[in-house]
Design a protein around this ligand. Structure first.
Ligand SMILES: Nc1ncnc2c1ncn2[C@@H]1O[C@H](COP(=O)(O)OP(=O)(O)OP(=O)(O)O)[C@@H](O)[C@H]1O
Ligand SMILES: [Mg+2]
Length: 349
């Protein structure tokens, strides 16, 4: 069997933090023993509350920050520990799309330079001319050659995100890390952008790591979902399994907390308590102080990830004895989703 496109094992990142107000130096374990695979042509959603370590995971994979420990393999090739010059050829294969399509584009560069720059930096042969290649990339994302000589401020947020996607595609990467790519866009533009990513993935076979706190966007685009809590993966499952039969109490709480404000539907009881400080995470299972099913064992011992079913990993001491999941709130299965579905059908990217 060939190696997966991306294989992450035991990834860990500690940041030294501290200063005037924190009473000295401390340490944040932003990413703690994270392991997963991602296949070519697949989208893996990575979800969890703010500060749980999603972006850091993406940045570790791209080696924008150095891991404290762990292994990242791209098509079987170990990237951890590679010297910068040895990383260059792998950088072409891995690209990043950011949340904010404005600040991620250089305001003083024309679209032609923004999209053409990675081609030039990597010395790609652009015969019969860079304009032709940039025009092809713009066409892929639904923009025209007339957009080449404009600056980022002359575009809408959704168009800017298309430019960011064209730029990410310029080097024909095998993996794109999408960090909250639709969070800054309104719902109809979100739908267009998600459709565009899906179409481009079908055309190119690129693997996507789709980082988002929007569970409904993840449900639409990802084939598998990994749920993160205070640096650790607590559950990983095929998307349909995760939404129909989540096991981890944290996953259930996240699904219960999805707001459906347009319909006046109150979410089910939200998570009890505050998100603990990552500077002093709770002992044992980090989720135990907020978990309705926690026992003494949960405070004492961190649960390992076990396979509840093939492809369904969960890190909970009580995963096999929890009451059945009552299902998604009706506010989510009915009024909201048809609206998103209608929008998605209407705006074919
Ligand atoms: N360079 C850094 N130095 C110190 N701490 C950091 C650094 N980068 C991230 N952290 C800390 O690591 C933890 C994880 O941050 P990260 O940005 O990965 O979270 P996130 O899940 O992407 O959050 P959000 O949803 O808000 O984007 C946080 O506690 C954050 O404060
Ligand atoms: Mg982030």
């Amino acid at each position: 069997m060939s190696a997966p496109l991306l294989s992450v094992r035991g990834l860990r990142k500690e940041f030294a933090v501290g200063g005037l107000f924190s009473g000295g130096r401390g340490r944040v374990v932003a990413v703690d023993d994270v392991s997963f695979d991602l296949e070519a042509g697949e989208t893996l959603g990575l979800v969890g509350e703010s500060g749980c370590g999603k972006s850091t995971t993406g940045r570790l994979i791209l080696r924008l920050v150095e891991p404290t420990a762990g292994s990242v393999r791209l098509r079987g090739q170990e990237l951890s520990g590679l010297k910068p010059h040895a990383m260059i050829s792998h950088r072409r294969d891995m690209q990043l799309i950011f949340q904010d399509p404005y600040s991620s584009l250089n305001p003083s560069m024309m679209v032609r330079e923004i999209i053409g720059e990675p081609l030039q930096v990597h010395g790609v042969d652009t015969t019969p001319g860079i304009d032709r290649r940039v025009a092809e990339l713009l066409a892929l994302v639904g923009l025209g050659p007339q957009h080449m000589r404009r600056f980022p401020h002359e575009f809408s947020g959704g168009q800017r995100q298309r430019i960011g996607i064209a730029r990410a595609l310029a080097l024909e990467p095998r993996l794109i890390i999408c960090d909250e790519p639709v969070s800054a866009l309104d719902v109809s533009v979100q739908a267009q952008t998600l459709n565009l990513l899906r179409r481009l993935q079908a055309q190119t076979g690129v693997g996507l790591l789709f980082i988002s706190h929007d569970l409904m966007a993840v449900r639409y685009i990802a084939q598998r979902v990994a749920v993160m809590y205070l640096g650790r993966l607590v559950e990983t499952a095929p998307t349909t399994v995760l939404f129909d039969a989540p096991l981890h109490p944290y996953t259930r709480a996240l699904l219960d907390a999805v707001p459906a404000p347009e319909h006046g539907a109150a979410p089910r009881p939200l998570l009890e308590g505050e998100l603990p400080s990552p500077l002093a995470p709770p002992s044992g299972c980090h989720f135990h102080p907020r978990c309705p099913f926690a026992t003494a064992r949960c405070a004492a011992e961190a649960p390992a990830v076990v396979e509840a079913a093939p492809g369904h990993g969960v890190a909970c001491h009580h995963a096999t004895t929890l009451p059945a999941w009552p299902g998604l709130s009706p506010a989510l299965t009915h009024p909201v989703e048809p609206r998103l579905a209608r929008l998605l059908a209407r705006f074919h990217a």
